[in-house]
Design a protein around this ligand. Sequence first.
Ligand code: 5BU
Length: 268
Amino acid sequence: MQADEAWGGRWSENHLPMARAYMEMACRKKSLVCLAADRSTMAGLNQLIDEVGPYLAALKTHVDLVDDWTPEAWAALCSKASAADLLIFEDRKFADIGGISRKQMSGVYDIRSWADLVTAHLISGPDIVDGLQAGWGDVGREGGVLLLAQMSSRGNLLDPDYTAKVVALGKSHAGVFGFIGNGSRPEELKLLRKAIGDAKLIWTPGVNLAVGDGEMGQRYGDPREAVLAGSDCIIVGSGIHKAESPALQAKAYAEASWNAFNERKMVQ
Ligand code: 5BU
């Protein structure tokens, strides 16, 4: 299916190249799944991509939790992810002022050189998005920023007023790819989608086929419900990487997300 037809308003209203790259990727892979690859060894991460790459649209990393990280091993992992047709998303949750965020895109991890997407809090104001975009510009690359409008963890401080301010500042910013929404609460997601309209994507952590409470305050909602409520990508971690068969689980999440995406189009 053509991406413009599949995504409708999301496609026509979002001109950020990386957003369109994601929408095309999702159609090619028939999956709205981003794997939260929270394993702490390079071998574990490589194994995951080999096993589940075909069922994913994107790979989410936390580069700073890997025990045996080296620049060479990371470059090889990123090449493997690209060969598996995946966008690479570093969930760095930048939060500093614009100029420092730009510098933090380089440094030891040099995130600007390999990440297609990054997360940021808007707590320091909208210049953080310009700083991150300038970071990619410094190495001649393009990327997209996902702003945290909501979080999935219990007791978080991103209340509805804060969410509304993040949406108001982010929704017309050209460098914003989309927003992080709370995948565990479809009713909150519906409100978020209503406030954003079609102009930006919503990606949602806090999703698991086994709904309920997770470790240390994490909360989980159902993938289908998240997509029907307006999520454009379900971020799934332990539901896949801790499963007995990551490949079987990844396939199940891909199917659930893609079926819900098609179901959503019917009712729109
Ligand atoms: P899980 O194993 O499916 O619970 O992993 C969730 C991932 O999503 C993990 O990498 C978190 O850092 C990430 N996450 C989250 O869980 N909740 C949030 O609000 C945000 C990110 Br933002």
